[in-house]
Design a protein around this ligand. Structure first.
Ligand SMILES: [Zn+2]
Length: 167
């Protein structure tokens, strides 16, 4: 499956720029969260069709392994072949788009086209009437911040402060 985009430049890209994530290689295509219009689909893809707009998250899930069945898709153990990650962590996480060979070596979305493995699992179709700028944040920024709010136990009506370290 191929899409073309807009994409986000995020703080996660800085981890690569600063060499905090290992095995970025010359010629690797960055961009681990993006959206675009479907250009083509593989023969086994039935629920996604060319012309649809989709949001794609950073992780690549198979949808069938034990982790995916528990909705732990970032821990999918079928989409990354990183032996370095397995050596360092004792296991492999899911493959990530555009995030070095440490996470599987998949090309990212900062390109005209990107291949999305397991397209029916990893593409969220954007409904008509939802603007690109509204949907794009579903790729990572919004779920990450939502997860942080849930994890901290913030309740409706409470006041919170957020400190962000820049640079
Ligand atoms: Zn899986």
């Amino acid at each position: 499956m191929f899409s073309h985009l807009p994409h986000l430049h995020t703080g996660s890209d800085l981890h690569l720029y600063r060499a905090e994530i290992l095995t970025l290689q010359k010629g690797d295509i960055l961009g681990h969260e993006f959206m675009g219009e479907v250009d083509r689909v593989g023969s086994s893809v039935k629920s996604i069709r060319p012309g649809q707009r989709v949001v794609v998250s950073f992780q690549i899930a198979c949808g069938k392994c034990s982790f995916c069945k528990q909705k732990l898709s970032s821990m999918c153990d079928r989409t990354s072949s990183s032996s370095l990650q397995e050596y360092m962590y004792g296991r492999r996480d899911a493959g990530f788009f555009g995030y070095s060979h440490f996470t599987g070596g998949f090309a990212g979305g900062q390109a005209e086209y990107v291949r999305v493995p397991f397209g029916e699992v990893n593409c969220l179709v954007v409904p008509d009437g939802v603007k690109d700028e509204q949907a794009l944040y579903l790729s990572d920024v919004l779920p990450t911040s939502y997860h942080a709010v849930v994890d901290t136990g913030v309740k409706k009506g409470e006041v919170v402060g957020v400190w962000v370290r820049l640079g």
